[in-house]
Design a protein around this ligand. Structure first.
Ligand SMILES: NC(=O)c1ccc[n+]([C@@H]2O[C@H](COP(=O)([O-])OP(=O)(O)OC[C@H]3O[C@@H](n4cnc5c(N)ncnc54)[C@H](OP(=O)(O)O)[C@@H]3O)[C@@H](O)[C@H]2O)c1
Length: 320
């Protein structure tokens, strides 16, 4: 590691550790008033809903009275979610098995959601992974790129195009503070060359792109009465963090957030639907914050339009 890289890491952790951990959550919570979470009559679709933050969001939506469709790969984990929900007297979530790392599988999910004839009031694009090792899918794409970004785009655009998300609907995108480190760039989104692949960097670029995409959607679909928010959860102790960032987790475990604290802002956004100023921002701990922590990430040769064109190029031949 070079001295410059070390300096960057020290600056990042020095700046964000108190804020992103449970310490920041507990402190800020002192100033919050109680928000009523009444989701009766709403249908939610939550991706990555069988574990970590997505599971917490799905359970919170069920507690608020929503009908929930939970999406993940493992049938066993989804069935466990159903068992856990019904064991505490909640309605059973509908479950949808889908590997969103595959465009074809996400397309089948989209078609099933459309065919079910249920409007979706709240779509939570929560699924996201940081893959330390390069995984190329059977479709030839880098797996975390499709999981973290392309599937969100495919699902959201597909549901909107088919009028499944009605006027008054809501889309919440779950990003990460990792996106703060990099500007918008499309070239590093889908790195399939082992020599060039860096999982942490790829994750950061996906998360930056999510921020840009959310603002693009706000401008495109806001006039149609659909709200879009992008939030980040801080640092929460989930299976994903344990798997992808074991050293980070080992050092910070005592002060990492629990899943409830990590999911809080998403639930609060759905409950309160706060107004947003125009332009990019990221919600964190119930407040809209700047999408940029460093001046260099504001500088990019790319735009939301070039990002969307890039994503579209990866969905060529897929019914839209
Ligand atoms: N935890 C944090 O500190 C943190 C910080 C910043 C941002 N985030 C973001 O928050 C979101 C949730 O993170 P998390 O930590 O809760 O993740 P997690 O613990 O890894 O949970 C992953 C969930 O996603 C599902 N999943 C994973 N790959 C999938 C795939 N290809 N297709 C369908 N479902 C898949 C998993 O179920 P199956 O394995 O059964 O598919 C599980 O339900 C992500 O977007 C992440 O980037 C988390």
């Amino acid at each position: 590691m070079t001295l410059q890289q070390l300096k960057k890491i020290v600056a990042f952790y020095g700046r964000f550790t108190l804020s992103f951990t449970q310490i920041g959550f507990v402190f800020r919570r002192l100033f919050w008033s109680r928000a009523a979470t009444n989701f009766h009559g709403q249908h939610w679709v939550v991706t990555g809903a069988s574990g970590g933050l997505g599971r917490e969001m799905a359970m919170a939506a069920l507690r608020g009275g929503a009908t929930v469709t939970a999406v993940a790969r493992s049938k066993e984990k989804l069935q466990q979610l159903v068992a856990d929900a019904t064991a505490v007297g909640l309605a059973a979530p509908q479950i949808e098995q889908c590997d969103v790392a595959l465009v074809a599988d996400t397309q089948l999910l989209l078609e099933r959601l459309v065919a079910s004839n249920q409007k979706i009031d709240v779509l939570v694009n929560n699924v996201g992974v940081l893959n330390d090792d390069l995984i190329i899918t059977q479709e030839g794409k880098e797996s975390s790129f499709v999981t973290n970004l392309l599937s969100h785009y495919q699902l959201t655009e597909g549901l909107l195009a088919r009028n499944v998300i009605p006027r008054g609907g809501l889309v919440i995108n779950v990003t990460s503070g990792g996106g703060y480190n990099v500007p918008l760039m499309t070239a590093p989104l889908n790195v399939v060359d082992l020599k060039k692949y860096n999982g942490v960097a790829a994750y950061g670029f996906h998360k930056r792109a999510q921020m840009v995409l959310t603002n693009f959607w706000r401008e495109k679909y806001g006039p149609m009465g659909v709200d879009f928010y992008v939030m980040h959860p801080g640092w929460a102790d989930t299976a994903g963090v344990q798997r992808s960032l074991p050293r980070f987790r080992k050092i910070l475990a005592p002060i990492l957030r629990d899943a409830h604290s990590g999911a809080d802002t998403a639930i609060w956004l759905a409950a309160t639907r706060p107004s947003q100023s125009p332009g990019e921002n990221v919600w964190f701990d119930r407040k809209a914050r700047s999408a940029h922590a460093y001046p260099h990430t504001r500088i990019s040769n790319e735009t939301a339009q070039s990002l969307v064109a890039y994503l579209d190029s990866h969905l060529q031949g897929v019914a839209r």
